[in-house]
Design a protein around this ligand. Sequence first.
Ligand code: N01
Length: 842
Amino acid sequence: MNFDFATTALLANMAIDDGPTLDSLSPEESRVAYSEIVKGLPAGPASISSDTVSVPVDGGSIDCRVLKPVGNANSVIVYYHGGGWVFGNIDDYDGLGRHIAQRCNAVVVLVNYRKAPEHKFPIPVNDCYTALNWVDENIEKLAGARLPIIVCGDSAGGNLSAVVAQKSARENGPKVDLQILMYPVTDGRMDSAGWKDDSRELFLTTKMMKHFWTLYANEDQFCDVEASPLLADDLAKLDGLAPTIVMTAEYDLLREEGEAYAKKLEEAGHKVIYKDFKRQIHAFIALAEVLPVGFEAIDWMNSQIEKHFNPLEEFDAVIVGAGFSGMYQLHKLREQGLNVRVFEAGTGVGGTWYWNRYPGARVDIESVAYSYSFSEELEQDWVWSEKHATQPELLKYANHVADRFDLRKDIQFEAKVASAHFDDDMNEWLVTLENGDAVRARYLIMASGVLSASKKPDIPGYDNFKGETYNTGSWPHDIVDFSGKKVAVIGTGSSGIQTIPIVAEQAEELVVFQRTANFSTPALNRTLSNSEVDAVKSNYPDYRAECRKSRLGAISPEPQLDRAMEATAEEREKRFNTGWETGLLPSFFFAFGDILTDEKANEAAQEFIRDRIRGIVEDEQTREDLLPNTHPYGTKRPCLDTNYYETYNRDNVSLVNLRRTPIDTITEKGIKTSDTEREFDAIIFATGFDAMTGPLLRVDIRGSKGRRLIDSWVDGPQSYLGIGVSGFPNLFTINGPSSPSVLSNMMVSIEQHVDWIADCIGWMNSNGKTRIEPERSAEIEWAEHTSQMADMTLYPQADSWYVGANVPGKPRAFLAYVGGVGVYREICDQIAQSGYHGFDVH
Ligand code: N01
C-alpha cells in the first residue's frame, strides 16, 4: 500500500483513536457519531447560498437543501449522500455540497432521503427518485434556467444515483443528463474481488458493508436491480440512460464494483468515463477537508462535466497557466465582465511554486515585495511569516488568492495546451489541449511562465540510471527523504544552491557536480516580526509606488548611483560588506551605479565575494573550485543561499569540478566522469530551464495564415514590448521576451503586464475592435532598442540562460529588457495612451 501522506495521517489518527466502528453502533448512535466527526471539519465556502425546502414524498416529506454558487450556474447536481443508507444527512454533507457547488459552478440539491432501518429499501430509492422529479419540475425556480441535471452521490449515495438514473430511463422519467458515481455500491452480492482483499479493510470494512446491507434491505432484495444496479440486464435497451462518470479509489473494497459497473455500461453501448484515484481510500471525496486530493477529484469531476456539456466552448479569452500571472489576469478580465478560461497543466494553482517543490525552495525577493498589490484587503489580511517566503508559504498564498477571488471555477486543471491556431476568418484562436479537447477564444494570453519549461539535461546516458531521479523544476508532491542515501546533485544555479544544504543534512553522502561556479551571497533569512509587517502594511501604497517606479521592482536596500572605482577601497569594502550582511538579492547591484556596466566595478564586487568564499570553505581544492571566475557578477542570475558554502565543510559532502573532470555518461548505477565512476541511490537534476521562449514554443502556436511561432523565432525571439508578436493577432504574452521580466521582481512586472493587457482588451471592446497585432516595424524598432540597452551592460558576456546559452542550438539573444521596470512602464503607458502606437488594430 502506498497511501498519500494525508491518508496515512488520517489512518494513523484513526488507529490511535481506536474508537468504535460505525457498524458496532446502533443506527442512531452511528448517526450521532458521524455528525460529530463532520462537525470538526471546516464549513464549506460561505459564498454559496443555502435554502432548505420540504419536499412531499410518499408517506411524508423530506428536506432538500439547495446550494447555489455566485453567478450563473452551469448545471444542477442532485446529490445523494453516502452513509450506508443508515447515517449521514444534509447537514453532514453541507460542506462538501458547498465545495461541489463552487468548484463545479453548479446548483447542488442535497437530498435528505429517509434512512434505514426505519425506512428500508425501497423507501430511500423512492425518496431519491421523487426528489429528482421535484428538481425537474422546479428547475427554473431553483436554478433560474433549464440547466442540465446531474445525479451524483458517493458510496451508498452512488448506489442511489445509479439506481435513480436507471429508473428514470426505464420509466421515462425526468431527463438525467449525466450521472456521477463516486465509489458507488453496485452489487448486493458482495462477491467481487475487492471484498476478498483484506488489506483494503480500511475506512470501509466488509463487516461494515454487510451490516449496512442488512439494515437497508431484506436478503431477497439484495439482487433487485433497484438495490444492485450492476445486476440490471436491460442496460442495452435503456436508450435514455444518462452518460456516466465512475470514480473509484485504489484502496477501496468497492473499487471492483464501480469498475464492473463502468465496464457493463460501456459494453451495453453507453458513454462512460472511468477514473480510479490512485493511493486513495473509501470516502476520500467526502473527507476532502482532510484528504485534499478529494478536492482535486472534485476539480477533475468539474472538468469532465464541462467537457461533457460544452464540446467546443467559446471564450473571450483563454489564459494558459494558473501561476501568479494567469491568476491575476483571470481576475482582472473577469472584473471587466469577460468570459475567461484558464488552462493549467498542474492539479493546482501557483505555477512556479506549484512545480518547484524541492527542499529549500524559497523566493529570493523579499516576501512583502513579492506579493500582489491589486487588492488592499488582500495586502492587509495576508501575513508573510519570513523575509524570504518558503515554497509552501508561497503556494499557500496562491491558494488563498484563488479561494478569495473564487478563481478556480474558471480554471481547468490537468489541462495542458498542445496547440493554439489563429482563425483569420473569425479572428479567434482555436486552442486544443493535449487530450484533444478544444475551445475557441477571441484572445490568447500566454501566462505560461518564463522558467517553467524544465530542460532535459544534455548529458549522455540520461535515461540509463536505474536509481531515483528528481528534477528540481518538477519535484514530487510528497516529501522525498534522502536519509541513508548516496545522492548526486547536478547543477549549481539558484535551485541547486538552495537544495544542496538541505539534502546534505539528510543524505549519507552528497556529491555535487558543478560545471560553473556561481556567485552566491547569504540570504540571512529570518522570521518577520509583527512590527516589521505592520510597518510595511501601514505604508503599502507608497512602498508599492516606489517599487513600480524602480529599476528592479524592489527598493531595498536603497540603490546608490555613484561609480564604484571613484570611491575609496574602504568605501567599496564597506558597501559590499553591507550587501553581504543585508541578505537582499539586489544589494550588490545597488552598492554602486555601475556594477553591471563597468568591468572594473564588477571585478571589485566579484573579488569581495570570492574573498568571503575563501574565508568559509576549509578544503583547499574545494575552495578553489567554488570560486566563481567565468563571468561578471550578476550576468548569470546570482543566488541567495543559506549555508551553501558552509555545506562543503561537512564530512558527507564533496564537490566534483566538471570543468576538470567532465561527465562522460550517466550509467545504470551512477555518474561516470573522465576520471572515475561514482554510484548513487538518487540523482537530482538542478539543470535549469529553457527560459523565456521555451514555455511559448512548447505549444504549437500558429498565427495568421498558419505561420508557426517556432519559425518566426528561428533566429531568436522577436516581440513588441515582450507583449505581442507580429503575425500573431490577439496573442498576448505576459513577461514575454524583451520585457523586464526575469530581471525584475516578477510580481511587479506581472501586475504591470496584466493591467496593460486588460486595459488593451477593454479598449478594443469599447471601440468595437476585434483584431490587434504589432506592426513588424515597431517590433524591429523595439528589438533594436532592447539589444542596444543590453549591449551597454556586461550581461551579454556570460553564457547564461539570459542569452539562451544553456540550451544547445538555441539562438543567442539577450532575452530581457534591461532599462528597468519603471522606464518600461512609462513606455508601455505612452503606447496605450497614443491609441496603441505600433499596433495594427481592426
Ligand atoms: O537553473 P540554472 P536553476 N551538465 O540554469 C548546470 C530562478 N530561480 O533552476 O552554469 C552539468 O540557473 C548549469 O551549469 P552551467 C532564477 O532566476 C529562482 O538553478 O550551465 N551541469 C547550472 O549550474 C534562476 O536563475 C529561485 O555551466 C549542467 C545549473 O545546472 C533560474 O530560476 C530559485 C548541465 C542550472 O542552473 C534558474 O535556476 C530557483 C549539464 N549538462 C530558481 N546543464 C529563487 O527565487 C546544466 N547544468 C531563489
